[in-house]
Design a binder for this molecule. Structure first.
Ligand code: C2E
Ligand code: MG
Ligand code: MG
Ligand code: MG
Length: 286
């Protein structure tokens, strides 16, 4: 294995790495200017109640309208922002914009369900409750209008501090959801320690429903556990009627996914809300 035979692979690898590093650096520097240049925007995706068929929530998802690359997805730039620290500025922009939009909808007389924003673990520091309070105050938004989506990576990091911050947020009236559930390492027993009101089953386990036995078993276990912990359960990435039927029979509370709607600009979301009707795919009794 030693010797020259590895050289071509190494060369290829280093060139690819080189390119990735350069790409990374470019994104990093452009990202720093994105909020100031007005290149960021939020899309909204509905969360649909399985009981009523109505929109009972929205998730705000960040988009970057790059002058050359077009609409860049957060899967590309959030990891870069997390690594370089600019996630704080981006995250603050997201919270501010979500509250600004909620206030706009309120002023326009649109009955708005709670809006969830995604938080990176790095945003979850001692200053977060204070920052949240200031933004809510600035836009006169009720804390019940905001849900914070966090991921399991946060739970394994210094649990006591994290629990204290969570308790402070919950005491303020904000709700916490655990995003991408099942992809991390948190055990069911461990979850009880955290004041989390909603579990979101990751799309990875929804995709194989109802045909993949393993996915069905995992989804069933998550729903059963969440019911015992009295948590609401949202399934992410629901794309088919079959998946919806299976999740309804399991006792899932809410669904989110392309079956209902992709994430859309605020104006389109408002139109969906104003429509007010039960979604076409909802259960017949609504
Ligand atoms: P997430 O929070 O788990 O959001 C769900 C992602 O799944 C979104 O991708 C959404 O567009 C996509 N999705 C929803 N329904 C379906 C479906 O039926 N099928 C498929 N294939 N995909 C579906 P998006 O918007 O690209 O966001 C990706 C991730 O980026 C998010 O995953 C979240 O972790 C992160 N992210 C987005 N916005 C923010 C933000 O403002 N702050 C932070 N820290 N992270 C964010
Ligand atoms: Mg999310
Ligand atoms: Mg998710
Ligand atoms: Mg996910």
């Amino acid at each position: 294995r030693a010797g020259t035979s590895t050289e071509p692979a190494l060369l290829f690898f280093s060139e690819e790495m080189n390119q990735r590093v350069r790409e990374h650096l470019r994104i990093e520097s452009e990202l720093r200017d994105a909020p100031g240049n007005g290149e960021l925007l939020l899309y909204y995706q509905p969360k649909v109640s399985l009981r009523s068929g109505r929109i009972v929530g929205a998730e705000a998802l960040l988009r970057w309208r790059h002058p050359v690359r077009g609409l860049v997805s957060p899967g590309v730039f959030i990891p870069v922002a997390e690594e370089t620290g600019s996630i704080m500025a981006l995250g603050n922009w997201v919270i501010e914009e979500a509250c600004r939009q909620i206030a706009r909808w309120r002023d326009a007389g649109v009955a708005m369900p709670p809006v969830a924003v995604n938080l990176s673990a790095r945003q979850f520091d001692r200053g977060l409750p204070q920052r949240m309070a200031a933004v809510l105050e600035r836009h006169q938004v009720h804390p019940g209008q905001i849900m914070l989506e966090i991921t399991e990576s946060l739970l394994v990091r210094g649990a006591d501090t994290v629990i204290a911050i969570m308790n402070e947020l919950v005491a303020m009236g904000l709700a916490l959801a655990l995003d991408d559930f099942g992809t991390g390492y948190s055990s069911l027993a461990y979850l009880k320690k955290f004041p989390i009101s909603t579990l979101k089953i990751d799309r990875a386990f929804v995709v194989g429903l109802p045909h993949e036995e393993n996915d069905c078993a995992i989804a069933r276990a998550i729903v059963t556990m969440a019911q015992q912990l009295r948590q609401e359960i949202v399934a992410e990435g629901v794309e088919t009627m079959e998946q919806m039927t299976f999740l309804r029979e399991l006792g899932c509370d809410q669904l989110q996914g392309y079956l209902f709607s992709q994430p859309v600009p605020a104006a389109d979301f408002e139109r969906m809300l104003r429509g007010g009707q039960c979604l076409a795919l909802a259960p017949p009794d609504c």
